[in-house]
Design a protein around this ligand. Structure first.
Ligand SMILES: [Zn+2]
Length: 75
């Protein structure tokens, strides 16, 4: 797809690192599948992937962690 940020680049599939700061926990999720703009580097993570990230963050939070670094795993 065409990047909606720079409107010049096109996106291609890649892996990105997503950082989530929920106050009680800061989570860094690595290896998240995303579309990445070849021009400006903007990252597009789809809704289903974000839901999976939410679950990973929630389970880390439930485990009592304040900081979590995890590899992405689809639910
Ligand atoms: Zn772009």
């Amino acid at each position: 797809m065409t990047c909606i940020v720079c409107k010049k680049g096109t996106t291609s599939p890649g892996k990105v690192t997503v950082t989530i700061d929920k106050g009680a926990i800061v989570a860094v999720i690595r290896g998240v599948p995303a579309q990445v703009c070849s021009t400006c580097g903007e990252e597009y993570v789809d809704i289903d992937t974000m839901k999976d990230i939410e679950k990973i963050v929630l389970s880390a939070q439930n485990a009592g962690l304040n900081i979590a670094v995890q590899n992405f795993k689809a639910a």
